[in-house]
Design a protein around this ligand. Structure first.
Ligand SMILES: CC(C)(COP(=O)(O)OP(=O)(O)OC[C@H]1O[C@@H](n2cnc3c(N)ncnc32)[C@H](O)[C@@H]1OP(=O)(O)O)[C@@H](O)C(=O)NCCC(=O)NCCS
Length: 163
C-alpha cells in the first residue's frame, strides 16, 4: 500500500472562544476543547486516509492551562502513527490573547481514529512516511501508548476471565 508523509495529514482548526463556550467560572469548558480536538483529529485522519473515519478512542487528553473567553484557540493535528486500519492522531492546543498576541500551550490530546468504508467496516490505511526527528519521536511515543493500551486491555480481560 502507498505511503503518505505525516506532514500531509496536518490540519489546523482555529476558533474564537465566546461566552457560550464557557462555564460559570468564566473558563472555557473542557468539553468544548475536547470536541474541537476530536474535530481536528478527524480532519487529519481523513486527510491521511482519504476515507471516512470514526473516533475509536481518546487515548489521552491533558489540560495544562485554562482557556478564557475572548481567546483564540488553535488546534494543530497530525497523524503520528498508522497500524492496519487505525491511526494515532496527536493534537496540540494553543490559546492566544488576540489583543496582545501572547500565546500558550494549553493542552494536548491523542486519539485513535479508524478508517471505515460506507458500511462502517474498518479498512486498511496507507502507511505514514516519517521525515523529521520530531515525527520519529511522535511515532515512537505512539507505539508506547498503543502497547500500554493493549496490555491494559489484556490484563482487564484476564481479570474478568475472558480470553
Ligand atoms: C472503531 C470501530 C470501527 C472498530 O470496529 P471493530 O469491529 O472493533 O473492528 P476491529 O476489531 O477490526 O478493529 C479495527 C481497528 O480499530 C482498533 N480499535 C478497536 N477498538 C479500539 C479501541 N477501543 N481503542 C483503540 N483502538 C481500537 C483496532 O485496534 C483495529 O486497529 P488496527 O486494524 O490498526 O489494528 C467500531 O468499534 C465503531 O464503529 N465504534 C464506534 C465509533 C464511533 O461511533 N465513534 C464516535 C463518533 S465518530
Amino acid at each position: 500500500m502507498e505511503e503518505r508523509p505525516a506532514s500531509e495529514s496536518s490540519a489546523v482548526l482555529v476558533k474564537w472562544m465566546g461566552i457560550t463556550d464557557a462555564n460559570s467560572a468564566g473558563f472555557i469548558h473542557g468539553g468544548t476543547v475536547m470536541k474541537l480536538c476530536d474535530e481536528a483529529a478527524g480532519l487529519a485522519a481523513v486527510r491521511h486516509s482519504h476515507s471516512r473515519v470514526v473516533t475509536a478512542a481518546v487515548d489521552r487528553m491533558t489540560f495544562l492551562n485554562p482557556v478564557f473567553v475572548g481567546e483564540l484557540l488553535t488546534l494543530n493535528a497530525r497523524v503520528n502513527a498508522v497500524w492496519r486500519t487505525s491511526m494515532e492522531v496527536g493534537v496540540r492546543v494553543v490559546a492566544e490573547d488576540p489583543r496582545t498576541g501572547d500565546s500558550r500551550h494549553t493542552g494536548s490530546a491523542y486519539f485513535t481514529m479508524v478508517a471505515i468504508d460506507e458500511e462502517g467496516r474498518p479498512i486498511p490505511v496507507a502507511d505514514v512516511r516519517i521525515e523529521t526527528e520530531d515525527e520519529e519521536r511522535r511515532a515512537r511515543e505512539a507505539q508506547v501508548r498503543r502497547a500500554n493500551r493493549l496490555a491494559e486491555r489484556d490484563e482487564l480481560r484476564a481479570g474478568r476471565g475472558w480470553s
